[in-house]
Design a protein around this ligand. Structure first.
Ligand code: BES
Ligand code: MN
Ligand code: ZN
Length: 498
């Protein structure tokens, strides 16, 4: 199993051993310290021969000559240092980690010719480095070739040299907390459904009590008492009972109104009686990506001791076909009292969220509710894997989410809503039906959710395209992305703390 690297910060000095990483801006010039590392100018020659120009993410990689204290030296291009954002520093960290993954000791000089890497940038670099190191390999019993000779894999030690080690350490504590939240979300999404049912997921959420999160777990009879007929209708087709988890982080002042995050946690979505085609159905183990993001977010906020009161709610069910499963045409009564005709049992996420949103609104009266859900395949058709769909009744909240998306790289794109779409889910027999027509599938799903939020500021993020089956990036090589944790952590940090 991969052991994640550990980081330490120290003052700038000549590196004495192991792998050394130097940075160069777009002029390609090396930091002064290089003289001690490279007495015979091996590096200078390599740079010349490879026409290294300091372009962002370009690398020159040499074995250090015998008269160098180092074993290996890399020069990594930063490009235009003035233009570099936290996102590009994180990407750079990822690029470096990929290059040196097998090395025991790595020293990175976070200072170049004519520039210093700021504490924020240094923390972003380390965060990208750590996230790139994440692998979900717990079910691989055979070691990779490069691990074959090791008895026990040991953690790589990464020493980051900077002009401001104390300031870096402080920012890193926060950035690491967020990265741990991202990796928790990835772990949950990657985990197969046979080992992660509603009960097991709830236990993972319960573990957040160690960080000071209050966790309440409602079981079936509690949900029955509350009248959560929409969620329970989905759950009844599975032999594994549902769970409803309320996580509470009270880092703000007692009088601060909480903010709330709600996640769809369908641990596996077969479609139910409206069963899905078998091709690719294994991906539906990730249909709890919304709940995973909420859990990862709560971890991040608690671990970095966010100064805000935050509620995290996840509805955990399994959508299975069974003798006791709900049927198309069934009418269920939601906790809100509104009735729903279940036209398609595969439109189950909105049924779970209907009760979760209503419960949240009634029980916690939050400042806003943001729900995350792998809700529709249609959002992939509209936006692909680059943006989550954003649906909202509130322009300010939407603007803040958009901005947080730009800053973290977890991008959102706002989609339209309106009465013409809403009427598409009116039902002949009940207050509403759970699917619209053929068109605008992501929007009619959002209109459905909107019927359960009252007049609270609300945003729905459809993360079907961004939470799973993720394209490999500089900071993620795993199937699950952990999408949403950085985005929402940023939203809270920038607008709802202190
Ligand atoms: N979990 C799926 C949506 C999904 C699709 C997530 C692809 C990730 C990747 C959801 O429950 C679903 O089945 N939605 C249906 C809705 C339809 C029945 C109106 C869909 O998108 O086809
Ligand atoms: Mn479904
Ligand atoms: Zn689903």
């Amino acid at each position: 199993m991969t052991v994640l690297p550990t980081f330490s910060f120290s003052k700038i000095a000549a590196p004495k051993k192991g792998t050394v990483v130097l940075l160069a801006a777009k002029d390609g010039k090396l930091p002064e310290l290089v003289a001690e590392l490279d007495p015979s100018s091996t590096l200078a020659k390599a740079i010349e021969v490879s026409k290294f120009s300091g372009k962002a993410k370009s690398v020159v990689d040499v074995l250090a000559p015998a008269n160098s204290p180092a074993d290996r030296i890399l020069v990594v291009g930063v490009g235009d240092v003035g233009e570099a954002s936290d996102i590009s520093w994180a990407a750079l960290g990822g690029v470096v980690r990929a290059r040196v993954a097998g090395d025991k000791a790595v020293t990175v000089l976070l200072s170049g010719d004519g520039f210093e890497v700021s504490p924020d940038a240094a923390a972003a670099f380390a965060q990208g480095y750590l996230l790139r190191a994440y692998e979900f390999d717990k079910y691989k019993t055979r070691k990779k070739d490069d691990e074959a000779s090791e008895k026990k894999p040991s953690a790589q030690k990464v020493g980051l040299m900077t002009a401001e080690p104390a300031a870096c350490k402080k920012v890193w504590a926060t950035a690491e907390a967020v990265a741990r939240g991202v990796m928790l979300a990835r772990d949950l999404v990657n985990e197969p459904a046979n080992t992660l049912g509603p009960v097991e997921f709830a236990a993972r959420a319960d573990a957040l009590t160690a960080l000071g999160v209050e966790v309440e777990i409602l079981v079936e009879k509690d949900m029955k008492k509350l009248g959560m007929g929409a969620l329970l209708g989905v759950a009844q087709g599975s032999v594994r009972p549902p769970r409803f988890v309320v996580m509470k982080w009270s880092g703000g002042k007692a009088k601060d109104q909480p903010v709330a995050f709600i996640g769809k946690g369908v641990v596996f979505d077969t479609g139910g009686i409206s069963i899905k085609p078998s091709g690719g159905m294994e991906d539906m183990k990730g249909d709890m990506g919304g709940a995973a993001a909420v859990t990862g977010l709560m971890h991040a906020l608690a671990a970095r001791k966010a100064k805000a009161n935050v509620i995290g709610i996840i509805g955990l069910v399994e959508n299975m076909p069974d003798g006791n499963a709900q049927r198309p045409g069934d009418i269920v009564t939601s906790m809100s009292g509104q009735t729903i005709e279940v036209i398609n049992t595969d439109a189950e996420g909105r049924l779970v969220l209907a009760d979760a949103l209503w419960y949240c609104k009634e029980t916690h009266k939050p400042k806003f509710m943001i729900n995350l859900a792998t809700l529709t395949g249609a959002i992939l058709v509209a936006l692909g894997q680059q943006h989550a769909g954003l649906f909202s009744n509130d322009d300010e909240l939407s603007g803040r989410l958009f901005e947080a998306g730009v800053l973290t790289g977890e991008k959102v794109w706002r989609m339209p809503m309106g009465a013409e779409y809403d009427k598409l889910i009116d039902s002949k027999f009940a207050d509403m039906k759970n699917v619209g027509g053929r068109y605008a599938g992501s929007i009619t799903a959002a209109q459905f959710l909107k019927r359960f939020v009252g007049d609270i500021a609300w945003a729905h993020l459809d993360v079907a395209g961004t939470a799973m089956s993720s394209p490999a990036t500089d900071t993620n090589q795993s199937w699950a992305s952990g999408y949403g944790v950085r985005l929402l952590d940023r939203l809270v940090a920038d607008h709802y703390e202190g």
